[in-house]
Design a protein around this ligand. Sequence first.
Ligand SMILES: Cc1ncc(COP(=O)(O)O)c(C=O)c1O
Length: 379
Amino acid sequence: MRANPSLGDLPLRPELAGEEPYGAPQLDVPVRLNVNENPYPPSVDVLADMAIATARLGKGVHRYPDREATALRAALAGYLNSQLEAAGLASAAVLGAEHIWAANGSNEVMLHLCQAFAGPSRRVLAFTPTYSMYPQYARDSHSRYLTAPRLADFTVDPLIARAAIATYRPSLAVIASPNNPTGTSTPLSSIRRILSDIEEIGVDTILVVDEAYQEFSRHPDNTALQLLGEYGNLVVVRTMSKAFAFAGGRVGYLAAAPAIVDACRIVRLPYHLSAQTQALAQVALAHADEMLSRVAELRETRDSMIERLSQLGLEVIDSDANFCLFGPFSDRHDVWQRLLDRGVLVREVGPEGFLRVCAGTPAETDAFVAAIAAVLEEL
Ligand SMILES: Cc1ncc(COP(=O)(O)O)c(C=O)c1O
């Protein structure tokens, strides 16, 4: 083979031919509202504790980190228990480290689930439109990816879900709630219904509820966490990347029956979570109230952004997350580019003709609204 081969020269897996690496453009522009981050950096106090933790780590950096990340998982369990308590659900399942699995972002948690439960000749079912990484987890675990449609209001209809699960008999069925890119929450009653249908159909399906954006929901009690004590095939996936303002730290996690955690432990790489990741995430969790202190404000920003976009004559999809879809545009790429030309980065994703924008600081959100108003005027 020549010294500097192209992809086509390499014995790449055939199903990867022509594939592009996943990811939104990372552009250095003044207003970045394209990947649903929390726009606020940590406080000075949190940064000081992170610096102390980092300095302490230095002494032990010649050793591997805790392979089981037990202290981090216990801290995550404590966080979820406090979330349940705050939502008035203290009597729901009390979680311990044994119920929690953590990895480098919920992306990796989902990949672990696919590696453990899906794979060749097995199927992964999702309800579209939904998060565009789901087909990639299936591809990378050699699983077949199948979809069933959401309703016109983007909710998951339990009857459609039942029919799809009975037909496809998937190993994993995934429901994002609130959903990305639509922001739609699926009511807990529907999740419960789907779980009981899985039992009734008699299929070995694990239901994954991806609650990456649940902290932004108007209904904190609409969490599948409270069903964990009843259903051993339920997995609730969460992340520290969104409301928790820790996207750069890369920590996602799941809560489920301990046996599901054990299955993930089989497929993970040894020492997959670095000592730095574990330590900094624990600092962030010890300051949970501070890390989440802007969430109420971001919810309000989302609501006012939806209103302001509607006032501009746009159709806006109501959202329970920290972002919303707006449109429709006959050429959404053109609108995306015109916004970028004004220093505002949004995401070209979701139903045809729509763009997605996330709630930023008041200044960022104002800049976005001014930019889209100017673009509409121009068009
Ligand atoms: C629905 C959903 N799940 C999971 C993720 C992955 O987040 P992370 O890997 O940063 O935890 C995202 C990120 O955008 C998402 O929108």
